[in-house]
Design a protein around this ligand. Structure first.
Ligand code: ES4
Ligand code: ZN
Length: 324
């Protein structure tokens, strides 16, 4: 049984990471102070103590509250650099990071401020840490579809700064089908396509994401296990699932957490990711450490999961070869 620290050394790609979900309480307080914003928490400790959730929506309330202190290009840059440094220490060599522009533009922060700060961090992470990757712009599915269309058109002139688009936020009641036209336009702009589906929403949403949005990967997808035809389809078509074990544990409890070994057992193309590491108790290496400890996965299975993340990434083949 190899020691846990060797898991951190495995080269990994992070494919499911919300940059706003890497906002550690210390940095929330520091940026609030710099921007002259008063937080409804007395201290870093008090904020951290509120990190106990009874589902996705209760988490999202806090997630949106904290990110509201992000205002300037420098704020987004510092948020992302802090992530890249932690991720690098846990073996992340390639990171395709999600961001939620509508959660910032709705507060009066321009989308260029957000993309400028995040892109500058990605460029610096490449030159100083050797991390490759880029940005996946997510639409908030619980906002009107018209807002997603407007958001996409507002970046049409700089799609070169993005890898692709995703779909996130509160899932139940907001099916992928609503966003079929938005996704077809994103594809026309040359963007890669992913979507959260089957996290809290039903397995039908996974089918919709595949058939109507034409996504290349499913983010989460743990509820796919409820439909054996879907499980067969995912296996036969080698559709990657970006599973986030600690997120599932914190938001869905042990039933959701136990999906991971079941998905692996079913022969699916599983990757392990951290989702919102500041909120869910760990970065991607911590997710590997926990699943090794709790599920007793073999070293060869853990190596395979890390390699899956590289294969399922949107990195060029030459980069994948370097990391495998
Ligand atoms: C998210 Cl865990 C999760 N699910 C859906 N949307 C999200 N945004 C940030 N974290
Ligand atoms: Zn997510």
């Amino acid at each position: 049984h190899a020691p846990a620290h060797s898991l951190l050394g495995l080269p990994k790609a992070e494919l499911h990471l919300h940059i706003e979900g890497t906002f550690e309480p210390e940095l929330v307080f520091a940026l609030a102070a710099r921007n002259g914003i008063e937080l409804p928490y007395a201290s870093v400790e008090e904020l951290r103590q509120s990190y106990s959730f009874d589902g996705l929506v209760s988490f999202l309330d806090l997630y949106y509250e904290c990110m509201a202190v992000l205002r300037t290009e420098r704020d987004f840059y510092e948020l992302a650099m802090a992530y890249y440094e932690r991720a690098s220490a846990q073996g992340v060599r390639h990171a395709e990071i999600f961001f939620d522009p509508q959660a910032h533009t709705s507060r009066g922060v321009s989308i260029d401020t957000v993309i400028d700060g995040l892109s500058r961090a990605a460029a610096d992470a490449h030159s100083t840490l050797g991390i490759t990757g880029g940005l996946i712009m997510c639409f908030l599915r619980d906002l009107p579809v018209s807002s997603a269309h407007e958001t996409l058109e507002s970046v049409a002139h700089r799609v070169g700064d993005l890898i692709g688009v995703g779909l996130d936020s509160a899932e139940a009641g907001f099916p992928p089908s609503l966003f079929a036209e938005v996704y077809s336009r994103a594809a026309e702009l040359g963007l890669r396509l992913v979507a959260h589906a089957g996290e809290e929403g039903p397995s039908d949403y996974v089918w919709e994401a595949l058939r109507l949005l034409k996504v290349e990967r499913i983010d989460h997808g743990v509820r796919s296990l409820e439909d054996s035809d879907l499980v067969d389809y995912l296996r036969e078509n080698r559709i990657p699932l970006t599973v986030c074990p600690l997120s599932n544990l914190r938001l869905g409890g042990h039933v959701a957490f136990n999906a991971l070994p079941a998905l692996i057992e079913a022969g699916l193309f599983v990757t392990v990711n951290s989702d919102d590491p500041a909120y869910f108790g760990g970065y991607v290496g911590d997710n590997f450490t926990q699943i090794e400890r709790v599920f007793g996965l073999s070293q060869s299975k853990l190596v395979e999961l890390a390699q899956n993340s590289v294969v399922a990434s949107f990195a060029p083949d030459s980069r994948k070869q370097q990391l495998l």
